[in-house]
Ligand binder design. Structure first.
Ligand code: DCP
Ligand code: MG
Ligand code: MG
Length: 591
C-alpha cells in the first residue's frame, strides 16, 4: 500500500480473519444456565458496578460500567446477579473456544480475554476458492471438512452474508473488477463461513456473537462493532489506492479515519492522550466518568493520520517516555493506516501459569484449611485438564506447584487491625503422577493436598508462628512448557524436573523435619511477595490467573520413589521416574 510519504509499508492482505465477540457475555452465561432469564432485563454485578447486562436491560436504559445505584433507579425490576466468581465465565469461554476451534483447519485460533476469538480461516477459504464453479456462483457449496467433501453448506457466492462496509458496496462490480475480484471473493467466502459458524454456535450452544471479517486482526475486530448484537460485517475493497501518493480513496482509510484515536486496539490510554494533545495543541478535556470519562472533543484516526509531519520518527519522539517501548512510533504509524500483520496465534499456546484462589473472612482451623485446599486443588486440576490437554493428551506440562497464602495480622492493642497485602509462598516440583491419573479430579486433588500442599502449608505456617488466620489461599502450577512432537521436546521437561528433584533431595530434605530452618540454603527460605495490584473494575483479562513467580522449594512427596523406581528410556536415554513412564512412552509413541 502507499502511505503518502517515503514510508511505503506493506500490508499483508492475503489472509481472511474472522473475529468473534460474544454478545453481553457474562449475562449470556447466566442465561445459558437458566434460559428463562433471556426475556428479562438481566445485569451482572461486580463490586458496585454493572459489568454487563443483556440487551433487554440495555433497551431499558442500563449499560456496561454503570453504578448499581443508578441501574436500580433506571430499571428497578432488573435482575442483578453477582459475577465476582469468574469460574462459570471461564468455563463457558473455554468450552465455546473449543467449539469454534473445531471449525479451523490450521489451529490458528486465538482467544482474547473471555469473550473474543480470532480465527485465521485462510486455508479453508483458499480450498473453497479452488473448488468454486465460476459458471454457477449462485449455487455454490462451501466444504468445511478436509476429508469429507459432502460436509458443508450451500451458499450464493455472488452475495455477501450479513452486512458490509461500506453498506452501499456494489459487490457485483467489485467481482467484475480485475483488481478487486480475488480479494472480494475471498472476503465474501469468509462472510459465509463466519455466518455458518455464528448460526451453528447459536443453534447448538445458545450463544449469539458479533462478528467481523477482514484481512487482519485489527480490521476484523473493529469492523464487527458496526452491527451489534448478533450481526456481522465484512470490510470490502478497494483496500488499495488508485493514487500513488495517498490512501484517501480506500475503504480501510475511510473506515479507520472515523474512529476515535483511543478506540484503536494497540493504542493505549496514554498514547491516545498524547496524540490528542498533539492534534489539539493543548491537553484534551474529559467528561466525568466512572473509569475514564469519554473525551469531550473527538480526535479521530483521520486527524492524527493527516496531521502535518507526523511520520514515524516524529511519532516516536512524541510518544517515547516512561513505559513506552522503542518502536512505538512506527507501530502507531502503521496501526492508523490499518497495517497489522500480526499472526493469529496458534491454539496450542499454553498459558504460562494457572492458579486458583479464594479469599476468606475467616479461615483458621486445620480442618477448614484442608477442605479449602482440596476444593481449590480440584478446581486447579479441572483447569489444567481444560487448558493443557487436547484430544485426551497433555500438550503442555507445568514444572512447579506453588502454594501462596496471605496471613491476617493479629489485632493491635487498640482493637484495630493493620491491613496486610503481603502474600507468602512456597513451591515444589510438579508431581508427574498428575499427568497419568485421569480419573476423578477429587481423588487426585486429595492426593496432591496430602503429598504436596499440606507439607508446603506446614512450612509456610509453622504453628509457632502464631496460628493460621488466612485471608487468602492460592494454589498454582507454573513454569508450563509445551511438549513439542518434534525437535524441542518433552524430554527437556523431564530432564529439568529430574534436576529439580535431585537438587531438592540434596539441598532440602536434610532440613525438612527441623523446626529450626536457619541452616537451609537461602533459596529455600520463605519468600514474601507483594499483593498483585488489581484494577478496581476487573477487566476481560485472563491475567487474574497469573501470579508472581518465586523460587523453587521444598517437599514434593515423591522423593521416596527416587532413585530406586527410576528407569532409563531405551529411545532417548533419559532417566525417568517410574510414575512418569506411561506419559513418557506416550510422548515417543503418541498413537
Ligand atoms: N467485563 C468486565 N469488566 C469490564 C469489561 C468487561 O468484567 N470492565 C466482562 C463482562 C463482559 C465481558 O467481560 O460480559 C466481555 O466484555 P465486552 O466488552 O465484550 O462486553 P459484553 O460481551 O458483555 O457486551 P457486548 O455485547 O457489548 O460485547
Ligand atoms: Mg468483548
Ligand atoms: Mg462481548
Amino acid at each position: 500500500m502507499s502511505s503518502g510519504s517515503s514510508y511505503r509499508l506493506t500490508r499483508n492482505d492475503d489472509r481472511v480473519i474472522v473475529h468473534f465477540d460474544y454478545d453481553c457475555f457474562y449475562a449470556s452465561v447466566f442465561e445459558a444456565e437458566n434460559p428463562s432469564l433471556k426475556s428479562q432485563p438481566l445485569a451482572v454485578q461486580q463490586k458496585q458496578i454493572i459489568v454487563t447486562c443483556n440487551y433487554e436491560a440495555r433497551r431499558r436504559g442500563l449499560h456496561k460500567l454503570q453504578l448499581i445505584t443508578e441501574a436500580k433507579r433506571v430499571c428497578p425490576d432488573a435482575i442483578i446477579l453477582l459475577g465476582e466468581d469468574l469460574t462459570r465465565f471461564r468455563d463457558a469461554s473455554k468450552s465455546l473456544y473449543n467449539y469454534l476451534r473445531a471449525f479451523s483447519w490450521s489451529d490458528e485460533v486465538e482467544k482474547l480475554g473471555f469473550d473474543e476469538v480470532w480465527m485465521d480461516v485462510t486455508a479453508l477459504i483458499d480450498y473453497n476458492i479452488e473448488i468454486l464453479n465460476n459458471n454457477d456462483l449462485h449455487n455454490s457449496f462451501f466444504c468445511t471438512s478436509k476429508v469429507d467433501p459432502t460436509q458443508g453448506f450451500s451458499y450464493d457466492a455472488t452475495k455477501i452474508a450479513g452486512h458490509s462496509y461500506p453498506a452501499s458496496a456494489d459487490v457485483e462490480s467489485l467481482l467484475a473488477s480485475a483488481e478487486d475480484r480475488q480479494l472480494t471473493l475471498r472476503l465474501l467466502l469468509g462472510s459465509h463461513l463466519a455466518q455458518h459458524i455464528r448460526f451453528d454456535l447459536e443453534e447448538h450452544r445458545n450463544y449469539t456473537a458479533t462478528v467481523g471479517v477482514g484481512t487482519s486482526k485489527l480490521i476484523s475486530k473493529l469492523v464487527g462493532n458496526l452491527n451489534k448484537p448478533r450481526g456481522q460485517t465484512t470490510l470490502l475493497p478497494p483496500y488499495r489506492s488508485q493514487s500513488p501518493d495517498d490512501d484517501d480513496d480506500t475503504t480501510i482509510t475511510s473506515f479507520l479515519d472515523a474512529h476515535d484515536i483511543g478506540a484503536i486496539p494497540g493504542i493505549g490510554f496514554k498514547v491516545a492522550q498524547k496524540l490528542r494533545e498533539h492534534v489539539l495543541e493543548r491537553p484534551p478535556e474529559f467528561a466525568d466518568g466512572l473509569v475514564y470519562g469519554p473525551t469531550r472533543e473527538k480526535v479521530t484516526v483521520g486527524h492524527v493520520r493527516t496531521a502535518p509531519g507526523l511520520d514515524p520518527e516524529k511519532l516516536e519522539s512524541l510518544l517515547c517516555g516512561p513505559g513506552m517501548h522503542h518502536g512505538i512510533g512506527l507501530e502507531v504509524y502503521r496501526l492508523i493506516r490499518g497495517i497489522d500483520n500480526s499472526k493469529v496465534k496458534d491454539a496450542r499456546n499454553a498459558p504460562q501459569s494457572i492458579s486458583i484462589e479464594d479469599s476468606y473472612i475467616k479461615l483458621n482451623t486445620y480442618d477448614q484449611i484442608v477442605r479449602e485446599l482440596n476444593d481449590l486443588t480440584k478446581r486447579l486440576i479441572d483447569r489444567m485438564r481444560c487448558d493443557l490437554m487436547y484430544d485426551g493428551d497433555w500438550f503442555a506440562t507445568p514444572r512447579r506447584v506453588t502454594l501462596t497464602t496471605r496471613p491476617r495480622p493479629p489485632l493491635n492493642a487498640d482493637g484495630t487491625r493493620t491491613r496486610n497485602f503481603q502474600r507468602i509462598c512456597k513451591s515444589a516440583p510438579f508431581p508427574l503422577y498428575v499427568l497419568n491419573e485421569i480419573g476423578h479430579a477429587e481423588a487426585l486433588a486429595n492426593k496432591m493436598v496430602e503429598n504436596i500442599y499440606l507439607p508446603l502449608f506446614r512450612q509456610l505456617h509453622p504453628k509457632a508462628k502464631g496460628g493460621w488466620d488466612l485471608s487468602l489461599v492460592n494454589v498454582a502450577v507454573d513454569m508450563i512448557q509445551e511438549n513439542r512432537q518434534h525437535g524441542r521436546d518433552i524430554s527437556s521437561v523431564f530432564k529439568q524436573q529430574e534436576e529439580t528433584r535431585r537438587e531438592f533431595e540434596r539441598d532440602v530434605l536434610p532440613y525438612v523435619d527441623q523446626t529450626q530452618r536457619t541452616g537451609a540454603p537461602e533459596k529455600y527460605i520463605n519468600k514474601v511477595s507483594p499483593e498483585p495490584s488489581r484494577p478496581e473494575v476487573s477487566h476481560l483479562d485472563s491475567n487474574v490467573d497469573e501470579m508472581e513467580e518465586e523460587e523453587d522449594d521444598e517437599e514434593d512427596g515423591e522423593h521416596d520413589q527416587a532413585p530406586t523406581t527410576a528407569f532409563t528410556c531405551d529411545t532417548c536415554g533419559m532417566t525417568i521416574p517410574s510414575f512418569a513412564k506411561t506419559a513418557h512412552d506416550r510422548y515417543h509413541d503418541p498413537d
